[in-house]
Design a protein around this ligand. Structure first.
Ligand code: HAM
Length: 418
């Protein structure tokens, strides 16, 4: 490269992943697949079927479901006009798209219960920090068509099983957000109360008071917390049905030995919730400690133009689990196949193709010494080295060495492929 070209190369800015967006690679990628595989199995056992909705949707979908005044829609959407001037948005969560698809495919008219699970990337333009990314991955489950509070318990108990499977410790925060009968009445009472204290509230809460007063309840600022000590309590304003459903849910969880903490401040950041709201929280991962959030959203289907279908669901934030997950499965055999002479390449390649039908196998195409192959195989975390040296080539054999206990055996090529 001449000097000028070299200089040009030097001043080109390095291309890096966008802020708050991470590559899932190596052990992270393995853990992701391990999590998806095992969680999908549990969800299937509970009757959930896989669904995959588009990542890009019309912006209006999220405005009408997650809510105009929510932080997600108000501040965090990856929103743009596409080449056809359509106002579109990278999905910030999965529930709205799933409901759009449910209605579009007329399943809301079909009756019965529909349970779905999904996983994949979500996008929120938040300030990145540990446990908070701009592209993150969720595993979600949604149960549509079931009004029974037993379904709420079913979903919560399934989550317990999922976290137990991965050995993840958690606590469950539980609340009821009431319904369209009791919530508006409570909201008015809260507004009356907060208006008298408006001067003391933080600036965000002053805005929330006008746009989304219920969100004032989960403000983390000390002065707002102080004001809220005397605020009317949502639990004291639930209607008869919401109150008895919420008590029934608590009873079912107690009967099934599932501990929970009642948390009146748990209001969730999305506007579509009614009645049961919950979060699974970890004590081991720092400030962003919500492992999973969910709840009932009985009005979402009709809000989006469908029929009145009750629903409940949740989404787990997979990145937040990553450091807590330990892969506990028998280590899979992984063979590194190498040779010392170029003339062995054809044989080695055919053997690799055959061997891969049963066992994970890597082939190094360049001839190298035995010791060099061992070093490479160890770097790649292989369990075995299969080697064709000069003797092996002449005798149609292959040497198989365990990299765990150093045992070596000489095999015929047929035996090796068994
Ligand atoms: P959410 O509480 O907004 O609920 O998100 C669910 C989970 O996603 C959170 O508990 C957290 O673990 C993870 N999460 C959220 N934002 C981020 C981020 N910026 N970086 C990393 N992880 C994040 C929902 O999304 C609802 N759709 C859940 C639902 C399903 N409700 C009913 N059905």
């Amino acid at each position: 490269m001449d000097k000028e070209k070299a200089k040009e190369e030097e001043i080109k800015p390095k291309i890096q992943a966008l802020r708050g967006m991470k590559d899932l690679l190596d052990i992270g990628g393995e853990k992701y697949l391990y999590f998806i595989k095992n969680t999908s199995k549990i969800a299937s056992r509970y009757g959930f079927n896989f669904i995959q909705n588009p990542i890009l949707e019309q912006t209006s979908l999220f405005k009408r479901s997650v809510g105009q005044s929510s932080d997600i829609v108000h501040k965090e959407m990856y929103q743009f006009l596409d080449k056809g001037d359509n106002d579109v948005c990278l999905r910030p969560e999965g529930t709205a798209g799933l409901m759009r698809s449910f209605i579009q495919n007329k399943f809301d008219k079909a009756g019965g219960v529909h349970r779905y699970f999904y996983y994949g990337p979500m996008f929120r333009y938040e300030r990145p920090q540990k446990g908070r990314l701009r592209q993150f991955h969720q595993f979600g489950c949604e149960s549509l068509g079931q009004a029974s509070v037993y379904e709420d318990a079913n979903v919560i108990l399934m989550l317990g099983e999922i976290f137990d499977f991965f050995g993840i410790e958690f606590t469950l925060d539980l609340n009821s957000l009431g319904c369209e009968t009791c919530m508006p009445k409570y909201k008015n009472k809260l507004i009356d109360f907060l208006q008298n204290e408006e001067e003391i509230l933080c600036n965000d809460c002053k805005t929330r008071l006008k746009t989304n007063p219920i969100r004032v309840l989960d403000c983390k600022k000390e002065k707002c917390k102080e004001v809220l000590k005397n605020a009317p309590k949502l639990s004291e304003h639930l209607c008869q049905t919401c109150s008895s459903d919420f008590l029934k849910l608590q009873d079912i969880l107690k009967i099934n030995d599932f501990s929970f903490t009642l948390n009146e401040k748990l209001v969730r950041g999305l506007d579509y919730y009614t009645k049961t709201a919950f979060e699974f929280v970890s004590t081991n991962i720092g400030a962003q400690n919500a492992l999973c959030g969910g709840g009932r959203y009985d009005k979402l289907c009709s809000m989006l133009g469908g029929t009145n279908i009750p629903a409940i669901g949740f989404a787990i934030g997979i990145e937040r689990l990553m450091e807590l997950i330990k892969i506990k499965q028998k280590k899979e055999n992984f063979i590194y196949l190498g040779f010392s002479k170029e003339t062995s390449l054809e044989t080695a390649f055919s053997l690799t193709i055959k061997k891969r039908k049963k066992t994970k196998t890597f082939i190094e195409y360049k001839p190298k010494s035995f010791t060099k192959h061992i070093t490479n195989a160890k770097k790649m975390l292989c369990t075995h080295l299969a080697f064709i040296g000069e003797d092996e080539e002449n005798n149609n054999t292959i040497l198989l060495k365990s990299l765990e206990n150093n045992e070596e055996i000489l095999l015929s090529l047929e035996k090796f492929c068994e």
